[in-house]
Each structure stands twice: as structure tokens, then as C-alpha cells.
Design a protein around this ligand. Structure first.
Ligand code: SF4
Length: 476
């Protein structure tokens, strides 16, 4: 799916032309990146932990069918239900069905990228079910009829003043209620509390599913996840099929690397591990649980994932959605998340979207990278994103999806670059031409297809002498 009908390049132009957006994204990403660096510096075991985390993810994805079956059996043993959704339509239909079976009219929902992926909220609205997002960022996104622009911080693209304007318009907030961030959070909390108390069903994502125990783990910093999953009488957890870990010990490793990589925290504030519905004491005595849902459902969403297992892109299924690759990416820092047009933006999205939905829809995303390797450096499970971006670029060419002017340009370049005499003459010509076009050494606007390059920055004129000419001069 795309969040906008504009092309990738139109969205990028819009983002680059928006200094407020760029400042907001740069501030947030650099804050997150420094937080991560500090947390890792204070944890010398991190390197070993990352290797361990990668080994767990690799082992699990290689035996995914086995662990999924084990997870299903464990959930059932604890009185829960597992539903399998091959597509997003099936996933939405399953959740709508569960809502109908339990006479659900209102839903409180925690943050879940899979729910964005399958477009759950519009599906529930069509079925007459009212959904309230309870993660503060997601609530703001919902109020503004917007989309998240980061997988961990959904409103990275908005300033405090944007939120204040929104609360005034949509919640009729007074000046005092939007005077600062804590007061705005308090206002949102008052609205959300009512929602928690009235909701018939809670929908959460699932950071991890534990095969051995049938537990679903969700991590949040706001406590909304705990309220969403324990107050309403029905809990539905939505998870991509790849989010399985074999044991609770493995979960412990994942939580250690997740919090540090995502937000620079030792652990996310609330790590909730839920195993089945509320347990009742058979004799009505004190042994039963006093809270938790009466009904516990897990919806396992495939939606293209099983086709990635065993492919050259399988490594992307190791991802634990920490967002560190987005924060470190120089492209994401410039354009933010909406410019990608995809649910999963940044380096992880540039691989995951084409892997899930094909290059015909997402051919531009693998190009949105300088291949600097920053994403690989920070990834807690050491996913080699640059390698997969190159695989996807190759595939784009194989499928004939590369723009004709790029193919033509590269063919001409190969002809010139493989003939030294011609290459030297071309260099001299380029130096002469660029210096003629330049003012004070810089070209404001390049001709033809190259104009896009100079749209937002100047292009330097080539040096009067090439490196080889300078080298020859030194030898004499
Ligand atoms: S690819 Fe790695 S760094 Fe990026 S979100 Fe996934 S786990 Fe985090």
C-alpha cells in the first residue's frame, strides 16, 4: 500500500522542501542515535549479545514452521486461540469475525505495525466497530487522519506546536491544556482512560511470541499496552509469523538488545508477557487470576512472509523493529518516513516492502540508499541491509524496471570507462563543460535528467586538471 498517490520522487521533493520536517526528523533521529550509542557504551556485553540475538533469529527463521506449530500448541494448551491469516484481507476478516462473535462495539488498540500493514482500522470501521488508538503517538496520528512516519516513533514528523493545533481543532482544547507537552499528554490521557474503561476488546501487536510457553510479549513505554491487554474482556494479538522466539531465555536476549537499540533504554519501561486468558479457580477460591481478558486470540499474519523464507532476502525476517537503522540512515534523516510511501520506511522498509509486495510496486525504495552501511553497523541482529539492497537493485534491472535513461547512461559510462584514452578525453571535456556552467565553482542547475540532482543542492565544477594529470606532473 502507499500513503500517497504521488510518485516517490515527488514525495522526496516535497520532504526536502520542508525545512520544519527536516529539523524535526533530524532532531529526533540524532537524539535516538546518541541515546543508543550511550546505552551501548555502558553495556560492554552488547557485541556478544548481538551475535547471540542474531543466532537466535537465524535459527528460528530457518525452522519457522516447527516453532510456529509449537507456538500454536502452547497457546491452545493455555486456553487461547490461534488464527492463521495468509493475506491482509484474511487477517482483517478474522479480527472482524472475533469482534462479531463477542458482540464487540468498541476497541482499544495498542501500537502495531502489522495492523497498519493490513489496514485493520478501516476494516473494523466498515464492520461498525469503533477503534481508539491508545499509544499517544498513534492516537495523534489517528486524530489527524495521518500515517506513522517511523516504526517506533509514529509522529517523528510533527512538532509540539502541530500537536497543540490538532488538539485545539479536534478536542476543543483550551490554551492552558496545550501549553506544554505534559499538559497535552494529560489531556490525551483523560480521553484514553474513558476508552479503556468502555472497550469490549483490546487489540495489541506482538513484539515476540514465545513458542515454548505460548506467551505474547509486547513492549511499551506508556503503559497503554498493559491496559489494552488486561482491561477489555477480549484480547486479540496481531503478529507477523516471523516474530517467534523459541524460549523465554531467548526472549530475554531480544529484550536486552531491543530497548538499547530502539531508544537507548536498558529495557523498555513495560515489557508485558501474556500467556492465555484469565485463569479461573475451578472451585471459585483464591487461586484464580483477578484480571486479564476472558478470551485470548492470536492472529498470525503471513501476508508474503513465508515466500521470503529461504530466499536471498530471508535475513530481513530477523528484524525486531527497533528502528535503529532508520535513525542512523542519512537518507531517512533527510526525507523522513512519509516520503517512502510505505508502511515500513527507512532501510528496513527498503528491503521489506519489495520482499513482501514485489519490486513492481516498490522499485524505487532500494535506490533510496547511499549504501554507506550505517544501518548494518547499528542493527542489533546484524542484518546486512546493504547486501540485500544490491540484490534488489540487480533484480530491478533483470526485471527491466530500471528507467531507460539510467540504463542508457550506465551503458555509455561503461563504454567510456573501459577505454582509458576515451576516459581521459571525457574527463577533460567534463572539466571544461562544468567550469563553463559554474559560477564561483558551483553549478546551480544541471541540464536534462541530471537537473534532479541540483534541485536542492549545487554541483561542484570539475577541477581543471584530473588526478592523473596531477600525478604525471608530480612524477616529472
Ligand atoms: S533492520 Fe535491524 S536496525 Fe532496522 S529495525 Fe530491524 S532490527 Fe532494527
Amino acid at each position: 500500500m502507499s500513503t500517497s498517490p504521488a510518485t516517490f520522487y515527488e514525495r522526496v521533493d516535497k520532504a526536502i522542501g520542508n525545512p520544519a520536517l527536516q529539523a524535526a526528523v533530524r532532531n529526533a533521529t540524532s537524539r535516538m542515535s546518541s541515546g543508543r550509542d550511550a546505552a551501548i557504551a555502558a553495556f560492554p556485553e552488547m557485541d556478544v549479545m548481538r551475535d547471540h540475538a542474531r543466532a537466535i533469529r537465524a535459527h528460528t527463521i530457518a525452522r519457522l514452521d516447527h516453532y510456529l506449530r509449537e507456538f500454536e500448541a502452547s497457546v491452545q494448551r493455555r486456553g487461547g486461540h490461534v488464527h492463521w491469516a495468509a493475506t491482509s484481507e484474511e487477517a482483517v476478516a478474522i479480527v472482524v469475525d472475533i469482534a462479531r462473535q463477542h458482540g464487540v462495539k468498541t476497541v482499544v488498540k495498542g501500537k502495531s505495525m502489522v495492523s497498519e500493514e493490513i489496514e485493520l482500522n478501516p476494516g473494523l470501521a466498515l464492520a461498525g466497530v469503533e477503534v481508539l488508538e491508545t499509544d499517544l503517538g498513534e492516537y495523534i496520528v489517528q486524530l489527524d487522519d495521518d500515517h506513522p512516519s517511523h516504526i517506533v516513533m509514529p509522529i517523528i514528523h510533527k512538532s509540539r506546536h502541530d500537536v497543540a493545533r490538532l488538539f485545539r481543532a479536534k478536542l476543543q482544547a483550551t490554551d492552558d491544556e496545550v501549553a506544554d507537552a505534559p499538559r497535552m499528554a494529560a489531556l490525551a490521557r483523560r480521553v484514553l482512560r474513558k476508552g479503556f474503561l468502555q472497550a469490549d476488546m483490546g487489540i495489541s501487536g506482538g513484539n515476540f511470541g514465545v513458542a515454548a510457553t505460548g506467551s505474547v510479549c509486547i513492549t511499551t513505554n506508556e503503559g497503554n499496552g498493559r491496559m489494552t491487554t488486561s482491561l477489555p474482556r477480549v484480547h486479540v494479538a496481531l503478529m507477523g509469523i516471523e516474530r517467534i522466539v523459541p524460549t523465554l531465555d531467548d526472549l530475554g536476549v531480544m529484550l536486552q538488545v531491543l530497548g538499547r537499540s530502539a531508544t537507548g533504554q536498558k529495557l523498555t519501561v513495560y515489557s508485558n508477557v501474556m500467556s492465555g486468558p484469565r485463569r479461573h479457580d475451578r472451585n471459585g477460591g483464591r487461586e484464580g487470576e483477578s484480571d486479564g481478558p476472558e478470551h485470548f486470540h492470536v492472529v498470525l499474519v503471513d501476508n508474503g512472509r513465508s515466500a521470503i523464507v529461504g530466499s536471498e532476502l530471508a535475513e530481513i525476517l530477523y528484524c525486531i523493529r527497533c528502528g535503529a537503522c532508520l535513525n542512523s540512515c542519512p537518507v531517512y534523516q533527510q526525507i523522513g518516513g512519509h516520503a517512502y510511501g510505505s508502511i515500513y520506511p527507512g532501510p528496513v522498509g527498503a528491503v521489506l516492502m519489495p520482499a513482501l509486495q514485489g519490486l513492481h510496486t516498490w522499485r524505487d525504495l532500494p535506490q533510496a540508499s547511499s549504501l554507506c552501511g550505517a544501518c548494518r553497523e547499528v542493527c542489533p541482529v546484524r542484518i546486512d541491509i546493504p547486501r540485500m539492497l544490491l540484490e534488489l537493485r540487480d533484480k530491478t534491472t533483470e526485471l527491466g524496471l530500471t528507467p531507460i535513461w539510467v540504463t542508457f547512461g550506465l551503458t555509455v559510462f561503461r563504454q567510456i570507462a573501459t577505454r582509458p584514452a576515451l576516459f581521459r578525453r571525457a574527463q577533460a571535456l567534463a572539466s571544461w563543460a562544468t567550469r563553463r556552467l559554474a559560477t564561483d565553482g558551483w553549478i546551480k542547475s544541471l541540464p536534462g535528467h541530471m537537473a534532479r540532482w541540483s534541485k536542492k543542492r549545487d554541483f561542484p565544477a570539475f577541477a581543471p586538471k584530473t588526478f592523473q594529470q596531477l600525478w604525471e606532473g608530480r612524477k616529472r
